[in-house]
Design a protein around this ligand. Sequence first.
Ligand code: SF4
Length: 484
Amino acid sequence: MVRQVVESRREGKIRCDACPVMCYISEGRAGACDRYANEGGELVRLDPFTVLEAAKEGDGQLVPFLEIEAGEWDGDILRTGRPFITAIGAGTTYPDYKPAPFIVAQNHDGVDMVTIVTEGIFSYCGAKVKVDTDRFLGPEAAAVRVEGEAIGHVMTAEYGSQMLSLGGVHHLTGGSKKEGRVTCDALLRLCNRDPVTVTIDGGAEVVLAAGRPPVVNGAEEHLMRVGCGSATIGMFARQWQGLVDEVVVVDDHITGVLSEHQAGKLLGVEPTGIKILGHKSTPGRYFRVAGPGTGWGGTNIEDPLTILGPWRAGIARPGLTLLMVSTTGEQWGYYVLDDDLRPVKADLPESLRTSVERIAENCEPSVTSVLFMGGAGGSLRAGVTENPVRLTRSVREAVTSVTCGGAACYVWPGGGITFMADVTEMPSNAFGHVPTPALVAPIEFTMRLSDYAALGGHMDQVRRVEEIAGEIERRVSVRRDREG
Ligand code: SF4
């Protein structure tokens, strides 16, 4: 796309006006963000403008956007056979009173639709990262660092996963120049699905990459837990019945004990005289049996016997059998009480192996999930309509659909258009940056053409999808020329 250059040339350079940096760019060179270049005196956007059908036919890399009920995904995001206009490579308008770079109309099933696309410059943005592991990554609110700079913090843990909140305006613009640069670079790599190594104050070193297993302190995580210790007891109690006298499922949050748990009671499991060193919550459910860590069940223990106190004489008996297992089934130990009521390690009977393997089998693969989160602010909305609040209202009323690089967005309730989108549902390298520092992210608004007119859209800027085909071809040829 050739942009209109607002300011004139200087010593053979042209000025890019797509963001507040306002670079002067020499012939054949790119600007500070590598997104725009001076090609023969014209300012051009370098990355291909991604229209999903067009990309499928060319070299564009696509990822499946929707689950297909049967057969191979054919690259059609909406399964309609029509091109889907994304904002990837569309370019940016700055300042935003100008209409969005592409406002494209097309007919779908007899209805005139319009998609308005912009690569928004997001100073207020970040990533919410879900790390499927029970291992302790760091205390809540601890700083998450890259190159020693704080780029975010640890949030509350969720079921079987640790959560991180990264980026945000305070780290991008509120700290030192280096903090902003490092935060922006880390966000860019995360959103483009590249690996980022972070260290957490008082916790672990973690390699994060969207869609891939996390690596915690050098060890790749494989499984997320099947449930907490109590849930695991409930799920597998029947499979242990009659094969072992006692089972303890070790978990950082809720450790389960079969003979005391309601599941064991209902199945008639006899008391065993076991004593757990922890805080008893309800029967068969114990909190704080150990500190958090990267050992058994997200605790800091390597030897599970350390969570046991002396067995109660009169209830416990020599020969009593005990299975201890973690919530992923990756660690287990089988013991038999000796004459002094001390557990002695023994070989796991084949009859119990299946139940241990079944715990692991029921665990889902451990993955790092990255949701980009940003707000379509007042100025960005002005590129869509002259009356920005109407756009917000039409999103609220579900008249307008919001997508990010083609990926469905969750739009938060309340004011503004604050959205989250899964970066693995977008084509690769959908994100860019500018040195202000801020992330550049694609955002698309799709609605009926008649609704667009009603909300005060830039109707004089609407182009038919067939008209932009030439522009896409031009982009591809500029890129090929540059790549030699
Ligand atoms: S940083 Fe990029 S978008 Fe901003 S003015 Fe320079 S070339 Fe243009």
